[in-house]
Design a protein around this ligand. Structure first.
Ligand code: BMA
Length: 879
């Protein structure tokens, strides 16, 4: 439970004059359906769906087909109400405000039966002056309108032109016209998510009272002056000064660890005021910078800021300040036309390794600190350094960014516009401007955010004509596009924050898009900016299908989540691949078929006569397919970082689609709903390792590249082994002399024609043997063990059905799984069902008789519990 469930009375004051009072209005509210037939209590922050579920009036909305069964909830117009007593003397305060950190979405707000305001943007913060309406005893009411009905009405009223798409594809079972409402765009359904257009007060609500003046916000951004090599901390304090005469005083900023104690005199003129302060960090004091995960520490410094104002008024705030620079490098590249597209952090080029973040639940009130921590810890555990907060979801909660700061996760922050065109009327534009100003102010102090990005795929949607716009109409749509993302959003961003780059869209061609009037003929150029790449028809084991682009911010393949995750929202009748449940949860056109098609290119498909077994095996093979496809694709991007081939290359970003899930369904994610790791996530931990050998073939020559993400050069030996599928004893093994991999480079380490390699190793054929390799020093392994298949595994010769056993023991908080196999086993998958936790490795190729794997539980468990749930599957088990 969150703190604000209690009615909190907080005194934000020190000294003898009270500066401000804050009184929380969270906790229990009354919720009433449109015609009054339903009345219930619900928690704020929260939403109608959650309240109905908590009161036992509906089942888990995620169960079975409930997304359809409960459509009525979002088609109704609900009212939230509450009576409350003000626990302080109202007459002593000059201003009393009612503040909503977030209202979802369209409502009219009445206090004591007087309309005090309206809301229509869930991403905005609303502040209403209630000084003249508030009493000791009060009643408050929020009359919501169905977001679905509102969006339809707005779209109808907009007569200037069509704003496609009208409705999502039928397979998504969603609602229409989401682009007409400033609400989480995927809440009307997506190709991985259900339609749950919620209503409610989804963030904190409180009353604030103050005299003289009030500090609404304060932000800080470190700027580095390269010429003088000095850090300047730029601070902004946003005041509401209600005193009719200027308020004078002093501001004292202290950062003890950097020996900063600075005092400035200030005078606040009446009205809304921004105090701008600059703190110069003495050059002689070394500042430890904030680094992305894998590149250094995330050092932060405690800062205190104290305003000592006239009339004994004191206001104090504290925060953690981090120092880092960020630059988006778009420069000519030798041997190529086009421009580079990569990020420098603290003047070091950084390869962005990571994935894309979507909302962790349709009902944000269920996203707990624990869940956020689990998901973000899994990001760094998989050696990622970046997440893109995707533009079809929400601007995440503060804690998300705080965790990213602490863990070293860079954030590519989209504005919330996705896969659609948007209206261009004044009301909409003003609402967006307020939204952007608010979000930039809220988020800009976070070092983790390294780039703002206008939207998801809307430049591409427009220029590749996804929506069949008539050519003659294109100019006016382009004008609308530029008006929204450039004249509006970009301007508002830069007026609030000049410390980080802004790109108008992802994908875009960056500077080239700008040059072409903010929209490129082909926003997916491999020579400029970032690309999104999806191809489900071609063979994903063939790296030649992938774009050797500058930066790949989306790519991926679907898989099914594990049985233990599905089991919570389904029943026996649903547990086969062609069940209506299976089709219902699949929101991507022919998605279930596409997964099996891709899997079938290289693997035999499940053949058991037991339908449940087949279902579980099918889940397994989709995860194998996804992991192997994304591995091949990512490794291609990683090894393309230092080379230019036919003008293409210098790839500096690989962010697969998508990190997490919004519910229990097939999707592109590597983490299941709730956080369980799919096979892909274990693979990511390996393919994103700081030092990695990558194997691939080109015209029957086998290559191994060494990819380094380290800041210093590595001297390593490369071991290459060949096993026949039928034996645990390697056929041959070569160890090279020490090789050098320069810091931050990808270099060729090994090259041998395949026929030679096979010949060298006894009676090997492509079908009978497998290559594995790793980097080491005298001190031991320096990289994960990687492998290369010489043929599709469905043609593998000699593969035996292995007998794999596990001896489980406990060592403090972790469990040791001592595995033993009777034969070489590909894609060994350890599963402990619904016991929360993760293994140290999983889905691996077992070429040695014994292997030890650790299990890190996320909640207390026991050896016995693990023993009971444990199941191991490897490829031949499904044949
Ligand atoms: C990209 C994303 C999402 C989508 C994904 C998979 O286009 O931006 O819109 O979920 O592809 O189709």
């Amino acid at each position: 439970m969150r703190l604000h469930l209690l009615l909190l009375l907080v005194l934000c004051r020190s000294g003898s004059t009270s500066g401000a009072l804050s009184y929380g209005l969270g906790g229990s509210w009354r919720i009433r359906s449109g015609n009054g037939s339903l009345e219930l209590l619900g928690t704020v922050p929260g939403c109608v769906h959650s309240a109905l579920f908590q009161q036992g009036l509906i089942q888990d909305p995620y169960y079975g087909f409930n997304d359809l069964n409960y459509r009525w909830i979002s088609l109704d117009n609900w009212t939230y109400s509450k009576e409350f007593k003000i626990p302080f003397d109202i007459s002593k305060w000059q201003i009393i405000n009612l503040i909503f950190e977030g209202v979802d979405t369209v409502s009219e707000i009445l206090l004591n039966n007087v309309t005090i305001g309206k809301t229509d943007n869930m991403f905005n913060k609303y502040i209403f002056d209630i000084t003249n309406v508030v009493r000791v005893m009060n009643s408050i009411e929020l009359r919501f309108q169905s977001a679905v009905l509102y969006a339809a009405k707005q779209s109808k009223a907009y007569t200037s032109r069509e704003v496609p798409p009208n409705c999502p594809p039928l397979v998504q079972k969603g609602e229409c016209h989401v682009n007409f409402i400033r609400k989480e765009q995927c809440s009307f359904s997506w190709d991985w998510g259900p339609s749950f257009p919620t209503q409610g007060i989804w963030k904190d609500v409180r009353i604030e009272a103050y005299n003289i003046c009030h500090l609404n916000d304060f932000t800080f951004v470190p700027m580095y002056v390269r010429r003088t090599q000095v850090w300047n901390l730029e601070i902004q304090a946003f005041f509401d000064v209600i005193s009719p005469t200027p308020v004078g005083g002093q501001v004292i900023i202290a950062i003890p660890e950097l020996k900063i104690q600075q005092t400035n005199s200030i005078t606040l003129q009446p009205g809304a005021r921004i105090v701008e302060l600059s703190v110069k960090i003495n050059k002689n004091i070394p500042v430890k910078t904030w680094w992305p995960h894998g590149h250094g520490n995330q050092t932060g410094y405690n800062m205190k800021i104290l305003f000592k104002l006239d009339k004994n008024l004191t206001i104090e705030r504290s925060a953690k300040v981090y120092f880092r620079t960020v630059e988006l490098m778009e420069e000519p590249i030798k041997g190529s036309h086009g421009l580079s597209f990569y990020f420098k952090i603290n003047e070091i080029p950084i390869f962005l390794k990571g994935s894309n973040w979507i909302p962790a639940d349709s009902f944000q009130d269920r996203v707990t600190s624990d869940l956020l921590w689990l998901l973000l810890q899994s990001v760094v555990d998989a050696n990622m350094n970046v997440l893109r907060v995707w533009g079809g979801g929400i601007y995440e909660q503060d804690e998300f960014y705080e965790l990213c700061d602490e863990l070293g996760i860079m954030v590519w922050q989209d504005f919330m516009f996705a896969c659609a065109l948007y209206p261009n009327e004044q009301g909409f534009m003003d609402s967006v401007a307020a939204e952007v100003a608010h979000q930039v102010r809220r988020l800009k102090s976070h070092p983790s955010i390294i780039v703002w990005s206008g939207n998801n795929e809307n430049e591409e949607a427009l220029m590749m004509n996804w929506f069949g716009i008539k050519l003659v109409d294109l100019p006016v749509y382009i004008k609308d596009y530029v008006a929204l993302y450039v004249s509006n959003i970009r301007e508002v961003v830069f007026s609030g924050d000049k410390s980080r780059p802004f790109v108008t869209s992802s994908p875009s061609n960056g500077a080239k898009s700008v040059e072409e009037g903010w929209v490129s003929q082909n926003p997916q150029s491999k020579f400029f900016g970032d690309v999104h790449f999806y191809d489900y028809d071609s063979d994903c084991w063939n790296w030649k299908i992938f774009p050797k682009a500058r930066f790949v911010s989306e790519y991926g393949y679907q898989s099914w989540p594990s049985f233990s995750t599905l089991e919570t929202v389904s029943s026996k009748k649903d547990w086969f691949y062609n069940s209506s449940f299976s089709f219902h949860r699949q929101h991507h056109e022919r998605g279930n078929y596409k997964m099996l098609y891709q899997a079938g290119l290289h693997f035999k498909l499940p053949q058991s006569s037991d339908p449940l077994r087949t279902f579980k095996d099918t889940i397994y093979i989709t995860q194998v397919m996804q992991a192997q496809c994304v591995k091949t694709e990512t490794e291609f991007y990683l090894r393309s970082r230092s080379e230019i081939v036919n003008g293409k290359g210098h790839t500096m970003g690989a962010m697969y689609w998508q990190l997490n899930d919004i519910w229990q369904a097939p999707s592109w994610s590597s983490l299941e709903f709730g956080g369980k790791w799919k096979m892909l996530h274990y693979f990511a931990r390996n393919f994103f390792a700081p030092l990695l050998p990558v194997g691939f073939e080109d015209q029957d020559v086998f290559y191994i590249y060494g990819v380094s993400d380290l800041h210093s050069e590595s001297k390593v030996k490369l071991t290459v082994r060949i096993h026949s599928w039928s034996s645990l004893k390697p056929l041959c093994s070569t160890v090279t002399n020490p090789l050098v991999i320069k810091a931050g480079e990808a270099v060729s380490l090994y090259k041998e024609p395949v026929y030679k390699l096979l010949k060298r190793c006894g009676n090997c054929t492509r079908q009978s043997c497998v290559v594995s390799f790793y980097l080491s020093t005298d001190g031991g392994h320096r990289s994960p063990t990687n492998y290369h298949f010489l043929s599709s595994l469905k043609y593998a010769v000699g593969l035996l059905k292995p007998h794999i056993t596990a001896n489980i023991s406990q060592q403090h908080d972790t469990f040791v799984f001592a595995l033993e196999t009777s034969a070489v086993a590909p894609f060994v998958w350890l599963d402990v069902g619904s016991i929360p936790g993760r293994f140290s490795d999983n889905g691996f190729l077992m070429t040695e008789k014994k292997q030890t794997v650790l299990f890190y539980p996320w909640k207390p468990t026991s050896k016995n519990e693990l023993k009971q749930s444990f199941r191991v599957t490897s490829l031949t088990d499904i044949y």
